[in-house]
Design a protein around this ligand. Structure first.
Ligand code: GAR
Length: 208
């Protein structure tokens, strides 16, 4: 059974999708052992507590820079004996020391089809604002491994979602979450725990 540590910063609907999947037996060979939040009041913490999952707060505002914050997160991940680290709406950048301690063992869900609308500054609602400004007809979500390049690691799963006339960033975000993120994040986590993801030459492959 692999130890899954989930990193959060906000509402935690993706965390909830993971909790539900674990309860429904849809995460093979893994259990969420700890949720770490970069913000003290994040609702995601309550979701974890309601489900008996250990929580920790590492308040980003209490650390002077990315390096000292990364050190603190790395120490916590090691204490929790993390086998897999999942960014589920984690809005804080960590430096290379964390990525290189968990190569192809950290994954992130991004609310667009990478390489569109990703990288620095593209997070949360901003991603959907940019998609609407461009007038794309399809957007979606991506689960990828985390590397030192923001949103640049090997892509594990993607799912497309249509943009509809009259969409606002909020309606589009809701559709992308419901139809894509909440489905592909738990699936990617289970695939990882089952040993069904292989990375070769910087590309990820799902094994049948
Ligand atoms: C989700 O849409 C997630 O994909 C996005 O923030 C939202 C968090 O919602 N993450 C990013 O933009 C990271 N670059 P949640 O807290 O309800 O899961």
């Amino acid at each position: 059974m692999l130890n899954i540590v989930v990193l959060v910063s906000g509402g935690g609907t993706n965390l909830q999708a993971l909790i539900n999947a674990e309860k429904d037996g849809k995460i093979q060979n893994g259990r969420i052992c700890c949720v770490i939040s970069s913000k003290p009041g994040a609702y995601a913490l309550e979701r974890a507590q309601q489900n008996g999952i250990k929580t920790r707060v590492l308040n980003r505002k209490e650390y002077p820079d990315v390096a000292s914050y990364s050190q603190a997160v790395l120490a916590a991940l090691q204490e929790e004996q993390a086998d897999l680290v999942v960014y589920a709406g984690f809005m804080t950048i960590l430096d290379e020391s964390v990525c290189s301690a968990y190569p192809n063992r950290m994954m992130n869900v991004h609310p667009a089809l990478i390489p569109s609308f990703c990288g620095k500054g593209f997070y949360g609602l901003h991603v959907h604002e940019a998609a609407l400004e461009k007038g794309v007809k399809l957007t979606g979500a991506t689960v990828h491994f985390v590397t030192a390049v923001c949103d640049g690691g090997p892509i594990i799963l993607q799912k497309a979602v249509p943009v509809e006339n009259g969409d606002t960033p909020e309606t589009l975000q809701k559709r992308v979450m419901e139809q894509a993120e909440w489905e592909i994040l738990p699936r990617a986590v289970s695939l990882f725990c089952e040993g069904k993801i292989k990375v070769e030459n910087g590309l990820a492959y799902v094994l049948d």
